[in-house]
Design a protein around this ligand. Structure first.
Ligand code: SAH
Ligand code: MG
Length: 209
């Protein structure tokens, strides 16, 4: 990653520590199978810069999916709520303007395509095999497992699956991302390629979930 963009990504608003962002970028570079990249959970676009940079370097597209209304844990009264992200007219979180600004300022608009809507609804209407899937959407039990079940079948053989906020020790954070990581490992369809902080990168070598 070129130093200016790396500095930009590190300063961008969001939930991705610098070492994990760089590891995500590295894992998404030099992909061995055809297809676009897709992330579930873009928020204000921080991870989209790390992944968009990797997409650009390979002449691929990143589909950056989010309904931009925030996860349960981003709502008022929850730990990860940021009040200035609420659209006062609508009374709901709206991270889409922030996301668009981030992608524009990073110079990544040609390679990063926003997909705005509910993750499972879109997954059920998706048909393009993915070279890279990053799961960082809703972290509750229901949304995390639904993302796993509906998106992981779209990862091509030879493609990669990245999961964020994997905390084997419950003292460090919520369990559902760890549970879906375990599902992938137990499926026999994936092997682990790398681990950095709470980021896990897996490679698909067989079909199935
Ligand atoms: N990757 C981001 C952080 C993502 S936070 C970063 O680098 O900063 C999780 C995001 O998932 C939130 O923006 C939320 O709106 C989105 N999300 C949660 N559930 C979703 C769903 N069912 N469909 C689409 N997006 C969802
Ligand atoms: Mg995360």
């Amino acid at each position: 990653m070129e130093p200016d963009r790396r500095a930009f990504a590190e300063a961008a608003r969001g939930f991705m520590p610098p070492d994990e962002g760089l590891a995500l970028n590295r894992a998404a570079c030099g992909l061995g199978v055809d297809g676009p990249l897709l992330e579930v959970g873009s928020y204000c676009g921080k991870s989209s810069v790390y992944l968009g940079d990797a997409a650009q370097s390979q002449g691929r597209l990143l589909f950056a999916l989010d309904h931009h209304r925030g996860s349960e844990e981003n709502q008022p009264g929850w730990e990860w709520h940021e009040p200035d992200l609420v659209d006062p007219e609508v009374g709901l979180i709206d991270t889409l303007p922030h996301f668009r600004r981030t992608v524009n300022r990073a110079g990544l608009e040609p390679w990063v395509v926003a997909v705005v809507g509910d993750s499972v609804t879109i997954a059920r209407n998706w048909s393009t095999p993915l070279a890279f899937l990053f799961i960082d959407g809703g972290h509750g039990p229901e949304p995390a497992h639904a993302d796993y079940e509906n998106w992981v079948p779209h990862v091509a053989i030879g493609g990669r699956l990245a999961i964020h906020d994997v905390f084997p020790d419950p003292a460090d954070g919520g369990r559902p991302p760890y549970e879906i990581y375990c599902r992938a490992m137990d499926s026999g369809a994936f092997t682990e390629l790398a681990a950095t902080g709470s980021l896990r990168i897996l490679t698909r070598h067989a079909p199935g979930i």
